[in-house]
Design a protein around this ligand. Structure first.
Ligand code: MRU
Length: 364
């Protein structure tokens, strides 16, 4: 999508033809910085330190990290080390495992000398495929938005609530939850997005608001607790969120707070859709609530807020008494019964085993 009218992906090959460029998301929205990845270590740190984040982008970065590792050591041991190091970077997004398995399956049958080039090609295909998937998710979601517009007064915007950042920054391009929004906006349909700030790291405030603003999509930033009130007063027509892992029974693991939005949506009869590529489906798990481990992150994310001071300095300030006990769950599970539908690249399906099984066997 666009940044100051220039089209960017969130990850791409540098003009040197071999190294990999990313946008450092830890510095947004205040500073737009491009970082260059040249080694396995660079890619692992970028994922671990959350310079890149979002399930599909984590997968794509891991794929490129695997390729960078094989440039240095294409032996069986090098391959295994790369897999293990990258796999250990983040625990929740299942796209990480999906991408690494795909890379390993592609290159391991080859002679060591041929592996790096094959890995380069495969990582590029993973990235390109993510863009195509998101475009397809966008087309399916666009139809939902069109249906809602048909019941609105001419010119009245469709109000869409989103949580966290499932935008183009969380993918290679377009985003998952934002793809239908960008497509509707580009098609001239009036949309307005309620952007949850998304404590503790505020990905909504720092990333979603930033990217929507750069693309010219009307939006309003709200505190996380405002969604229920807005839905109760008829101010939300549709919720669109992303997912870090969706289990085969349709339970959705996503950024902490998603579950509360789904509860409020159900109570207020607001359609609640989850947008995801099939690489985010964990076919090995049949119950998200009991089986998906929930990551607990650094308590400093809760104790501090990072922002720009009036003099331009970026600083972290404490918001809690020193030594307060803090617990920081990073994700939650929205049970399938609260999900109106799953918007995948293949189709919109019901959030249950039958719906997911209806996706082709290739997806599994
Ligand atoms: O902790 P993060 O920033 O990696 O959070 C994950 C996410 O980006 C979200 O949960 C997102 O909504 C789903 S990924 C498209």
């Amino acid at each position: 999508m666009n940044v100051d009218n220039v089209h960017y992906r969130s990850i791409w090959i540098n003009s040197d033809g071999w190294s990999v460029d990313i946008i450092d998301q830890t510095r947004l929205p205040h500073v737009f910085t491009i970082n260059n990845l040249q080694t396995l270590q660079d890619a692992s740190s970028a994922i671990k330190e959350m310079l890149v984040r979002g399930a599909p982008l984590i997968g794509a970065t891991a794929a490129y990290g695997y390729y960078l590792a094989l440039r240095q050591d294409p032996s069986d041991t090098g391959m295994d080390n790369a897999y293990q190091q990258l796999f250990a970077t983040r625990p929740t997004a299942v796209n990480l495992r999906w991408a690494l398995d795909r890379m390993q399956a592609r290159v391991s049958p080859l002679k060591a000398a041929d592996r790096a080039l094959a890995a380069f090609t495969e990582a590029g295909e993973i990235a390109d495929q993510d863009v195509v998937s998101n475009q397809s998710i966008g087309q399916h979601g666009l139809e939902l938005i069109r249906e809602i517009t048909a019941h609105k007064k001419p010119g009245d915007p469709v109000n869409i609530l989103t949580h966290c950042n499932a935008g183009w920054l969380a993918t290679v391009d377009w985003g998952t939850a934002t793809a239908p929004i960008y497509m509707a906006h580009d098609a001239g349909i009036a949309v307005h997005v309620w952007v949850d700030e998304t404590r503790p790291r505020n990905q909504g405030a720092s990333l979603t608001a930033w990217e929507l603003g750069h693309h010219g999509v009307p939006h309003s930033l709200i505190v996380d607790n405002a969604g229920g009130h807005l839905m109760q007063h008829g101010l939300v027509d549709l919720c669109l969120v992303g997912s870090d892992r969706t289990t085969r029974n349709g339970d959705v693991c996503n950024k902490i707070g998603t579950y509360l939005k789904a509860l409020a949506a159900k109570h207020n009869q607001v359609p609640f859709y989850v947008c995801l590529p099939s690489s985010t489906i964990d076919w090995t798990i049949g119950n998200g609530i009991s089986e998906v481990p929930i990551e607990q992150r650094d308590t400093n994310e809760v104790a501090k807020i990072v922002g720009k001071l009036d003099d331009g300095e970026i600083a972290a300030v404490n918001i809690a008494p020193e030594k307060t006990n803090i617990v920081n769950y990073a994700f939650d599970i929205t049970p399938a019964e609260l999900v109106t539908g799953l918007i995948t690249e293949r189709a919109i399906v019901t959030a249950d085993e039958a719906g997911l099984a209806s996706l082709s066997s290739e997806a599994q």
